[in-house]
Design a protein. Structure first.
Length: 299
């Protein structure tokens, strides 16, 4: 990577502002944007781009976690259990990435893995968001003018390996749910592996597990995912330290800290459907561009 001049410094700070705004919003580390942009704009090797992304994620997760602590939205009991599984996964993912780099393969296998993972995750998330919006619309239509009364909810017994949680955040929003710990927490190991290998932080795995498998509300899941990344990601950084471009991390982190500290305070005002759809569409397009790049198609 050439010396960072004033123009590149401004570009990197601007990129950091974008990454810092998006990451705590969705409980991810920011690699979904950082990695493809470093590869496509600056032509960095994938191993270096993913490692550099891990360096930036330290500041993303730290800023986001501090903001979420102030908002009282982190489920620390679930988060600490997640960390216990995610840390060994991060170490394993970093070692696998270093091994792939030492193999000196003729194809960029790590870039292919990143692009396919990002394409799969973004496609599933777009479908999920659109389906949720359709279901809400159907439920409103079915109740209009018919006087329909939903059946009374039946009390379900608390499952084994579960925590019953009830608390309110700084703004008085109350959360009450049962967190199913198994097998969700164990799958956090996979999130650590994927995050360390691909420079993602792990949130693309953590958030779906926390919501769909463990039953956490989205607002709590994104905050708890950011908390998990804060403690799991440094282990991946240590393993991949030699591949990180720290001068880029410095300028990216200036923007990251500025936006990641502020954005969580205003998330309650965001219309989630359109924000989510736009973000995951952007991630899908970036993944397709990476796949075409590996295939030698120039755009």
């Amino acid at each position: 990577m050439p010396h960072v001049d004033l123009t590149k410094a401004i570009e990197l700070i601007g990129l950091g502002l974008l990454v810092g705004a998006i990451s705590p919003t969705f409980g991810i580390g920011g690699g979904l944007l950082t990695v493809p942009l470093l590869i496509l704009i600056y032509g960095m090797p994938t191993t270096v781009a993913t490692a550099t992304s891990l360096g930036v994620i330290i500041f993303v997760s730290l800023s986001g976690t501090l903001a979420y602590v102030r908002e009282h939205r982190i489920d620390f009991r679930v988060g600490l259990l997640f960390v216990a599984f995610a840390v060994p996964g991060s170490v394993a993912g970093g070692l696998i990435s270093n091994w792939l780099r030492s193999m000196a393969l003729h194809i960029d296998l790590l870039q292919i893995l990143f692009a396919v993972t990002m394409l799969t995750v973004s496609s599933l998330r777009i479908i999920s968001v659109l389906r949720a919006g359709r279901d809400r619309g159907s439920s409103r239509d079915s109740g209009n003018g018919r006087g329909a009364t939903p059946p009374p909810a039946e009390t379900e017994p608390t499952p084994r390996f579960a925590l019953v949680r009830a608390f309110s955040d700084r703004r008085g929003v109350e959360f009450s749910y049962t967190a199913r710990l198994w097998p969700g927490a164990a799958v956090a190991f996979l999130g650590g592996v994927i995050g360390a290998m691909l420079g993602l932080g792990g949130g693309v795995v953590y958030v779906p597990i926390l919501t769909a498998v463990m039953g956490l509300p989205v607002a709590i899941a994104t905050a708890t995912s950011t908390f998990t990344i804060l403690f799991a990601n440094p282990f991946a950084v240590l393993v991949r330290f030699a591949s990180i471009e720290w001068d880029l991390v410095l300028f990216l982190s200036i923007g990251v800290v500025a936006s990641a500290t502020i954005v969580p305070r205003f998330l309650h005002r965001v219309k989630a459907k359109w924000l989510l759809t736009g973000f995951w569409t952007l991630a899908m397009l970036a993944s397709i561009r990476l796949i075409l790049k590996v295939a030698g198609v120039q755009l």
